[in-house]
Design a protein around this ligand. Sequence first.
Ligand code: S3P
Length: 182
Amino acid sequence: MTSGPHITISKPIVLVGLMGAGKSTIGRRLATTLDLQFIDSDNEIVEAAGCSIADIFETYGEAIFRDLEQRVLLRLLSGPPCVLATGGGAFIQPAIREAIQAKGISIWLKADLDILLERVSRRDTRPLLKTGDKGVILTRLMEERYPIYAQADITIDSNAGLHETVVDSIIGELSKLKATAQ
Ligand code: S3P
């Protein structure tokens, strides 16, 4: 068990949601607030593979990336409490989703299309967004994935400008979840 300034966390806190939802930025700040380690599963995959996500997609294909993603996440979910930012497709994989549901607390960071678009346009490194119009691709992914992200334990509106506000909402929801779980 690790004690943060507000609440005690006994399981990995797993941030899920689409590209551009703010999983890494919010996750890093949440981890600092809760005094937990922050881990970004995409970074772990890059380290394990020794090349970038874009290179994995290009050289080996998406299926190999998904396999690596699953292995890395199953390992991290068996570790100590931490704040874990996942890639947008992780929670969509049934085996990963089941492991998150069994071993972690899932938080869906939900944002509107215009916010996602603005955030993903800052970097051009995401292979899934390189194959066509970003707005069209994100809209399709929203249709496909939102019903699945909705299975997360907590849903948080991540449109709010201030990261601090989003982190405060997460802490509020985590406290409620713990209260009802007792
Ligand atoms: C993906 C999201 C990316 C990365 C990969 C695939 C997806 O992570 O894992 O490019 O399927 O949505 P971010 O959500 O951190 O951009």
